[in-house]
Design a protein around this ligand. Sequence first.
Ligand code: MN
Length: 201
Amino acid sequence: MLAKLPDLPYGYDGLAISISEETMRIHHTKHHQAYVDKLNVALDKLAEKPDDLQELLSNLDDIPENLRQIIRNNGGGHFNHSQFWQVMSSNGGGQPSGDLAKMIDSNFGSFQAFVDCFSESALGLFGSGWVWLMTDGNILTTPNQDNPIMTGQTAPILGLDVWEHAYYLDYQNQRDRYVKSWWNVVNWAEVENRYRFAIIS
Ligand code: MN
């Protein structure tokens, strides 16, 4: 497996109502690219070459100790960002429908209550990390580039990057303004696809 920086499904200015072109360009071509590059250096040193990143990250204990943390950080960074770009869209925002809407309503009472709860988790997360919506409706946070799959859980269906590099140029210290604006670019159709795939598999 050779990690590769995925193309964005929109232009760098595609999310400009929420995230500036400059932030998107740096986030994708510098931050994400660096995770990819460092992951490839580490993968190259593995005696047994993995063919699936999700499986590799789900079994970190199997990785030799001298490479484990590097792969955790940079493999996690590659995995998390690859999903992050997909769950946003230049035609995003609004609300989910179908089974996902039902799941959210039954867990939170309403879409707005879910948004409030997820946003509160994002604001409450100290330092750098991610906020996740799980298939069962749980909201989790992880530090650094960790992902719930690293602790034996299923892959999240939605994640929000709350590292300062994701918003500092646009919002400086005001993470609350970033999070509030981010809902306008969430690609609910993609999150729904991930939810449907998760519940049938
Ligand atoms: Mn990031």
